[in-house]
Design a protein around this ligand. Structure first.
Ligand SMILES: C[S@@+](CC[C@H](N)C(=O)[O-])C[C@H]1O[C@@H](n2cnc3c(N)ncnc32)[C@H](O)[C@@H]1O
Length: 398
């Protein structure tokens, strides 16, 4: 029974077998695979019948409501074994007795491991089918906080049910919030939104883990999206030793800190106008031990870059999709005279959202006296509304 070399912690577990006493089993020498094999065995009462009578027996057991459908019917060369939910009463036994060769016995069955219920499934008896079908089946997770988007037709008590269902089905979630406004409706410059508490601990602060980094985030005060994690990693993976980077709209630091973690000989100026974002960023710099690489700066890029960072950057990150275009002059000023890379983020609509984004950044860079030598990459980052996307354009400029 003991396979592999991955022993579990020395704990005891009680294995329950129907119709038998429970067994105390020391897990010290078992690995997870063994444990699952043990747990999925179920000794239960069954009806054994000759193969030829199988269909008749199955129909009868279904009719009598005796068949245990959580367990698979088993067979050997001549017989079928039907797991039973309970011992048949005398009337039921009379009917069973009419089947030639059928007899009651005990057997150990393999039971399928049931997938844990999702939160939607666990709400099926609480909220109408029509309403449930309008509820998104997924939610964002930031640290131990789940963030749901709930359509307006749901009542407060239904929202609470949804929150509790998420808590029950996701043990790593301790708070459930619902989006209460669009991004930017709490503070347009800071790009924050309002939330409504649905269930669990009443808090908006958490620690989110992404690509080996940890970020302290207060969702009520700063912008953060866990949907951008691949984008943070994509940009960080391009950075080479010796670069100077300006993260113009740094937030709590998911680009800057990951770059600092990946590359030791870099300097990253991480600017944000939101003092709460900079407070989180400063803590995150310490938590992730990137004090040597990341320099948090509180203020407006329109003032900070011309005053102290002009002509310094090999790479500029412009993650303010709603209004990056208004800061392209500052980004051009930040790039070294010999050139560098701008990661330009914007929102763009069908048709041809990528082409529009490329045209927009290219013409604006040229308007401010620099040239786009090459578009290194252009891609959709995420969908933000029907036919509307967040787009990134990586441009090499001189
Ligand atoms: C969309 S968030 C991006 C945050 C971060 N890059 C991330 O991935 O989580 C944009 C950030 O830009 C900041 N911001 C807006 N205008 C600014 C300005 N003029 N100067 C500096 N930061 C600004 C906001 O406070 C906000 O934190």
């Amino acid at each position: 029974m003991v396979r592999g070399s991955n022993p579990l912690r020395p704990v005891k577990i009680y294995l329950f077998f129907e119709e038998t006493a429970f067994v105390e089993h020391p897990l010290r020498f078992l690995n997870l695979e063994d444990l699952l094999v043990i747990l999925v065995m179920k000794r239960t009462l069954c009806l054994k019948s000759p193969k030829e009578e199988g269909e008749k027996v199955r129909k009868l057991l279904v009719k009598l409501n005796l068949l245990d459908v959580s367990v698979k019917i088993e067979r050997n060369k001549d017989h079928l074994f039907f797991p039973l939910l309970k011992k048949p009463n005398s009337q039921e036994m009379n009917k069973i007795g009419e089947i030639k060769g059928a007899e009651i016995c005990f057997k150990t069955f393999k039971t399928p491991i049931r997938k844990p219920k999702g939160f939607i499934e666990s709400l099926e008896n609480e909220i109408s089918f029509e309403k449930l079908s309008s509820l998104p089946h997924s939610f964002d997770i930031v640290g131990d906080i789940a963030i749901m988007e709930i359509p307006p037709e749901f009542s407060s008590s239904e929202k609470e049910l949804i929150g509790n269902a998420i808590l029950e089905t996701h043990k790593n979630i301790h708070t459930v919030l619902a989006k209460f406004s669009k991004i930017g409706e709490a503070n347009d410059v800071f790009r924050t939104r309002k939330f409504e508490h649905l269930a669990g601990e009443k808090k908006t602060t958490t620690v989110h883990k992404e690509f080996g980094c940890q970020y302290k985030i207060d969702l009520s005060k700063v912008y953060f999206s866990s949907r951008l994690s691949n984008e943070h990693n994509r940009v960080a993976s391009q950075v080479k030793q010796g670069e100077t980077i300006i993260d113009m709209f740094a937030g709590v630091g998911p680009f800057s800190i990951l770059i600092g973690k990946k590359v030791d000989k870099v300097v990253i100026y991480s600017i944000d106008i939101n003092s709460d974002a900079i407070s989180c960023l400063k803590e995150n710099v310490l938590i992730n031990k990137v004090e040597k690489q990341v320099i948090p700066i509180h203020g407006d890029v329109r003032k900070i870059i011309p005053d102290s960072l002009a002509g310094l950057a090999n790479r500029v990150i412009m993650d303010l999709p709603k209004s990056s275009i208004e800061f392209v002059d500052v980004a051009c000023l930040a790039i070294k005279p010999e050139g560098g890379v701008i990661h330009y983020y914007c929102f763009s609509q069908e048709p041809s959202p990528e082409e529009k984004a490329i045209r927009e950044i290219t013409s604006t860079v040229e308007f401010f006296g620099r040239n786009v030598v090459k578009v290194l990459e252009c891609r959709k980052v995420k969908t933000v509304a029907p036919f509307t996307y967040q787009i990134v354009v990586d441009t090499l400029i001189e």
